[in-house]
Design a protein around this ligand. Structure first.
Ligand code: ADP
Ligand code: MG
Length: 140
């Protein structure tokens, strides 16, 4: 399996509850390395662009309002099979469906306020990383 990079966000419900360290520990314990990270307050334009693929979904407005409600931490995670590995560590979108020991099972508040974002493919990871990081800000 190849070393990959994936894009991750610690969402506003996580920063608000001071859970950034606890969640980062999950990544590191599971073999993912945080090779770039910054805390930002997303603008509405950034959030709308980032979630553009969901713009027709009924929850789009709520999702954008949530993502700009408090700071977030945007990250690049690196490791073996990082995209799929991170999705596994995160757990299902709805915490009610998430496996035991996953981030969303242990920390998420609801299907919307679900603590983390993770890219769903190698292709989207590359696109999403470029939304928030310059090449020189990623140090593996
Ligand atoms: P994932 O984050 O697991 O890849 P999606 O890409 O389907 O999930 O959805 C993006 C985000 O939109 C979710 O993480 C969640 O914050 C929000 N979301 C998804 N479905 C719903 C829903 N039914 N109601 C409210 N928010 C939702
Ligand atoms: Mg998704």
């Amino acid at each position: 399996m190849a070393i990959q990079r994936t894009f991750s966000i610690l969402k506003p419900d996580a920063t608000r509850r001071n859970l950034t360290g606890a969640i980062n520990a999950r990544f590191e314990e599971n073999g993912l390395r945080i090779v770039a990270q910054k805390r930002i307050h997303m603008t509405r334009a950034q959030a709308e662009k980032f979630y553009e693929v969901h713009s027709e979904r009924p929850f789009f407005g709520e999702l954008v309002d949530f993502m700009i409600s408090e700071p977030v931490v945007v990250q690049v995670l690196e490791g073996e099979n990082a995209v799929a590995k991170n999705r596994e560590i995160m757990g299902a979108t709805n915490p009610a469906d998430a496996d035991e020991g996953t981030i969303r099972k242990d920390f998420a508040l609801s299907i919307g306020e679900n603590s983390v974002h993770g890219s769903d493919s190698d292709e989207n990871a590359a696109i999403e990383i470029k939304h928030f990081f310059k090449d020189e800000e990623i140090v593996g």
